[in-house]
Design a protein around this ligand. Structure first.
Ligand code: SF4
Length: 219
């Protein structure tokens, strides 16, 4: 599925199925266009979640921009509260595709808030500062902080960029403040204990950012 919804029970379903099950009320819709990621997080749902084939977020091939736009055009937009670029992979591995789709969303549905869920490693993926790419395109960027130290971060994410990943992620998060109105760092509730979550809160505060403790799910 290139576009999907998450049922209250956590099941990934097509937007049409979501509309059939819940014809009233707003909900977020999600965009899935790559399975690539430079991390292999110990808690990643890509390796843990079981999905029926018809609702799978595993992609046989990466879709083109027009293919994803066609899926987005079919969304039941009156039911949409937000469009979230997330999926079963790291969206910024296809940065140009991501920004093209954000531009399409701004043009076709300017009233819909947009969010990117990311591991925050796009500067390392592309070897340059990437936060400016999001200027005027995103309402919220939600970045996985995951841990309070570079060592613990690397142990959890197993990033292929190694021990410098943590600092690069924090630099990206701080750079985003100049381009995205709402920048949020996140930790997963079941991954850290109370002391680690408190340490993460202090890191977020020191960067002038909010921390959200989120439910266990893929970034
Ligand atoms: S949780 Fe996110 S960052 Fe970690 S491996 Fe999975 S897709 Fe990549």
């Amino acid at each position: 599925m290139y576009a999907y919804a998450v049922d209250p029970g956590g099941e990934y379903i097509t937007p049409e199925e979501s509309r059939r099950r819940h014809p009233e009320g707003k909900r977020g819709f999600y965009v899935n266009f790559t399975n690539r990621c430079p991390c292999a997080c110990t808690f990643c749902l890509r390796s843990l979640k079981r999905m029926p084939a018809e609702h799978s977020l595993w992609l046989a091939e990466e879709p083109s921009v027009p293919e994803v736009e066609a899926a987005l055009a079919d969304l039941p937009w009156p039911l949409a509260s937000e469009l979230v670029f997330c999926g079963f992979g790291e969206p910024t591995t296809r940065l140009d595709v991501l920004t093209d789709l954000l531009r399409w969303t701004r043009r076709e549905h300017p009233g819909i808030p947009t969010r990117l869920n990311t591991n925050g490693l796009s500067d390392l993926i592309h070897g340059r500062d990437t936060a400016p790419d999001f200027a005027g395109l995103l309402d919220t960027v939600s970045i996985s902080l995951n841990a309070a130290t570079p060592e613990r971060y690397l142990a959890l994410t197993r990033s292929r960029f190694g021990i410098g990943s943590f600092e690069a992620m924090l630099r990206f998060a701080q750079a985003c403040r100049d381009y995205v109105p709402n920048v949020v760092l996140t930790v997963v509730d079941q991954v850290g204990d109370a002391a680690e979550i408190e340490a993460c809160r202090q890191i977020a505060e020191s960067c002038g950012l909010k921390l959200r403790v989120r439910r266990y799910e893929s970034h």
